[in-house]
Design a protein around this ligand. Structure first.
Ligand SMILES: O=C(O)CCC(=O)C(=O)O
Ligand SMILES: [Fe+2]
Length: 386
């Protein structure tokens, strides 16, 4: 894994692990090409496979249909002070049935979230030549694209655990970034870490496992913060912002701006994750699914691009230390609930998944990749019971 800037900062750019030949151009050129070639060429151009196209086409307009309370749960985290039991129950119910929820009043101020969003936009508004100097920047273009994101650019900071000197890490990632960006981004790293520890305890409480079972891994976990930017898209009905996928890590904490477009899949239908000012989206990922013996669901999600407005999200993506094995705790395994998976080494799972995605990024194995994006397919390699 390549180290960037001062190695003592433990600051690693994930994409710098792979020497990928990026094409010369980004979204602007893609838009031009689309115009030139006509939209019937889009499929060839983006190498989308049929399944991807049909998922995007299906239900793009039906998604916002909601059936009474049948929608992504929104949970008031301030219950932590007033009714912890109720909070635990709501978080647990949401993780079991949806694999996700939105939380409000989580302790990260609405103002700081708005500031982070506004300042982060400034990075993506930089000239593409400047962005391409950031090793972790990826854009969508003719020869290189980030596999799970399609009509998108992204920029990543990777802070290895235990995180020290986060401020210096933020600074080295965008040295010309202004002080406000630096302060709010640094604060965000810290707040997301505190929140993740709280969530781990609350989930353990819901599951009836030792309270430290998940939390104790957070300090040594790596926090990858990925900024996702989706430019306005000429045809959102056929070009996904982000393809359907599950997250390959343990848990993801995501903030989205007010544009909307994030959707989750449940019972074969797509549901909007409606933007709520100051909210955070909590996403159970493949690792936590295994770690709870399948009690919590890893949520399939995607992003519909917007025809007129760019959209920004910031994802705090947690990876346990590579030596950790995802293995269900004893409390969740008995005769009626047999162990679903053989122990899965977190490092191996990440490597395998990333390797397949990188292969697809380089233009090979798109079809295999589309299946693997839905982690459940890959997890089957470790599955003991169906
Ligand atoms: O942009 C979003 O809302 C979702 C991004 C996402 O799914 C990811 O970064 O894994
Ligand atoms: Fe995701």
């Amino acid at each position: 894994m390549a180290m960037v800037a001062n190695p003592e900062l433990s600051y690693v750019m994930l994409s710098s692990q792979y020497e990928v030949n990026r094409g010369p151009s980004t979204i602007g050129d893609l838009s031009e090409t689309l115009k030139r070639n006509g939209e019937q060429r889009v499929q060839d151009y983006l190498e989308l496979c049929d399944e991807d196209l049909s998922t995007v086409a299906s239900g793009i307009h039906e998604d916002s249909e909601v059936l009474g309370d049948y929608q992504v749960p929104v949970i008031d985290f301030s219950l932590l002070e007033t009714d912890r039991r109720a909070l635990v129950q709501m978080l647990g119910d949401a993780a079991r049935s949806w694999g996700c929820c939105q939380i409000l009043n989580h302790g990260i101020s609405v103002q700081s979230i708005q500031q982070l969003t506004a300042e982060s936009f400034k990075y993506f508004e930089l000239p593409v030549e400047r962005k391409q100097r950031s090793k972790s920047f990826v854009g969508n273009n003719t020869t290189f694209k980030l596999s799970s994101l399609y009509w998108a650019e992204s920029w990543t900071m990777y802070a290895k655990g235990p995180r020290k000197d986060v401020d210096a890490q933020v600074l080295s990632a965008w040295p010309e970034g202004n002080n406000l960006f630096r302060n709010v981004a640094t604060q965000f790293f810290q707040n997301v870490e505190d929140l993740t520890k709280q969530l781990c305890e609350l989930y353990a409480e819901d599951l009836g496992v030792e309270s430290d079972f998940y939390r104790k891994h957070v300090d040594s976990s790596d926090l990858m913060v990925r900024w996702n930017y989706y430019p306005a898209c000429p045809n959102p009905s056929i070009i996904p912002g982000a393809k359907s996928h599950t997250d390959m890590n343990m848990i993801t904490i995501l903030l989205q701006d007010q544009v909307g477009g994030l959707q989750v899949e449940k019972d074969g239908r797509w549901f909007d994750v409606k933007p709520i000012n100051g909210s955070l989206f909590i996403n159970i990922a493949d690792g936590f699914h295994v770690w709870t013996n399948g009690v919590y669901k890893t949520v399939v999600h995607r992003v519909i691009a917007n025809a007129t407005k760019p959209r920004l999200s910031v994802a705090g993506i947690w990876f346990p230390d590579d030596t950790v094995d995802y293995i269900a705790p004893d409390e969740l395994v008995d005769a009626n609930h047999p162990q679903l998976y053989k122990p899965i080494n977190a490092g191996e799972y990440k490597q395998k998944t990333v390797a397949i995605r990188v292969m697809a990024d380089m233009g090979n194995g798109q079809r295999e990749h589309s299946k693997v994006l839905l982690g459940m397919e890959l997890l089957n390699d470790w599955r003991i019971h169906s």
